[in-house]
Design a protein around this ligand. Sequence first.
Ligand code: MN
Length: 651
Amino acid sequence: MTVNFADLQRKAGDYLLDSQIKLIDEAYRFAEKSHAGQFRDSGEPYIEHPLNTSLYLANLMQDAPTLAAGLLHDVVEDCGVPLSLIETKFGSEVKRLVDGVTNLSQMELLSQTHEFESNQPDQLIQRSESIRKMLVAMAQDIRVVLIKLCDRLHNMRTLQGKNIDKRIMIAKETLDIYAPLAHRLGIWDIKWQLEDLAFRHLDETTYRMISSNIAQRRADREKYLEEQCELLKSHMAPFEIDFEVYGRPKNIYSIHKKMIKYESQGKEYSEIMDLYAIRILVDSIEDCYKSLGLVHQLWHPINGQFDDYIANPKDNMYQSLHTSVMCDRGVPLEVQVRTREMHRIAEYGVAAHWDYKLGSRSGDDDRFAKKMTWLRQLLDWQQDVTGAEEFIESIKTDIFRDQLYVYTPKGDIRELPIGATPVDFAYRIHSELGNRCIGARVNSQIVALDTILKNGDLVEIISSRQSRGPSLDWLNPETGFVKTASARQQIRLWYRRQEKGAQIEKGVEIISTVKHRFGLTTNNSEIAKHFEFSTDEELMIALGNGSFSSSELEKYFIIKSSSDTGFGAQVEFRLEVVAWDRIGLLSDITTILSREKINISSVITSEPGDGTAIISLTLLAGDSSQMSRIFPRLDNVEGVIDVHRVETPQE
Ligand code: MN
């Protein structure tokens, strides 16, 4: 659809003063002149692109300098206009914004000259540089990123003009970086559009299948939702709440993601299409809770489906009450309740916090600053991260993945990626707490450190000043103690910082632990030689500072013991566990083994009479990675003092 400058004037005129419109007017004329004679790949005059970008910014109700910069965002890059001229004509603020966007565009060009998904070191460095620049720009002036998101949105809408390779590359980049970024900034209105547009180019068949399905069922769905809304309206009528209620559309990409999830649970496709959702908007928080009560009175709430994001806002400032109820004909219905102000923030996120009248952040500056903590944290971590690969890894797991919310003992909320453990939590609070962490309580119960945290858990870390630092087992991905890249980095950093003497000491300790576990007495020089270390000391240092992983060592021992004694290759082997005796000890141990799908062929328990129990297990080994997983898991069982392999008696 073609738009013209009058559309922008009208939209901006809704909330800006005439004097501010003047700036936008001048910017438009300047941009039009600069881009004269230029055309986009899709064929239309170039000016359409900055005009649309600026119009999207006006939809987000951004201030006049931002709208002007939206119009001027490509004149430096594409028309060779010097920044100094922008400054003379439009002032230093507009110049700074244009400069910021130009910087980001240059990095984009770099990444687009290469296959985006490539994992070649050069490309990785470029990608991580791109993301770094984006985050630095964000920390300096969030408006630069808003302009960039609107720029990308229009590019995605006009992607048809490009060749297929470029389309795929840009669509992937959008799904990988820009949509998650919009999500983290809470700008739902841009996020869902970017997702659907990118998905359409990446998997057109599925996209069309879902959208035609939605269209076919639209009439039925709308009729049903209308009935439910009417029912709710009459139920709420006597309570004098000023509210509106409407059926909530779902975006195609989110349906696709849900389909994948459902398929993995063996559910039918039709069940997904029948997900109904409504939203209730009211004026006050009090009315939110009143309305929720009325919803639950009318329809039966489904257990475990209630979330209070009003009392516990998400880090991207999102607030709402979420519930699921069972309504007419046994159909589950998702209900969201929020105030109109919360709705504005849910749709526009960070962008809604820009007060266009003051040209600065609005009154709840404090809250804004607090909610941006994750960004500062990220910028802190990046100083410790050396490798491009590590940086991208940390962005992907720690920032862009779905998050869960847990509580500190003081009742503060912390955000972690799904699958995070108490160790991740400890490092999220403070690196020192992570380094000294020796145990954890979740909802007052002592738990193993590899426990996967759930939404709403209250987590308390048990730490000790005597702790000798993080366990190297935590770095072994097989063990599942650490999920977040940031925690992994902090642990590596700790090891790298140890004194040489301490590193050697740690290395000696690790090697003797592993030997003990496997019941082997191989001498150290043999191991050093095998891994091509020139001296024993070098091996100890590498082990002690974490640059050589203990899991490598374990693999070596597993192979070695299988060739020495036949152990490890489906041959029976024996394990001895020494522990302080307690009720439930044996069942805790056998649960771990059965979770690892290791068969137990016999169990003998003896009690020496000093309060300990010795449990001798005869097991059928599967593969070697099972072995490296069970030692730290068994060590972690409450009361366990020692776990080691004992020789299988020869017949
Ligand atoms: Mn552009």
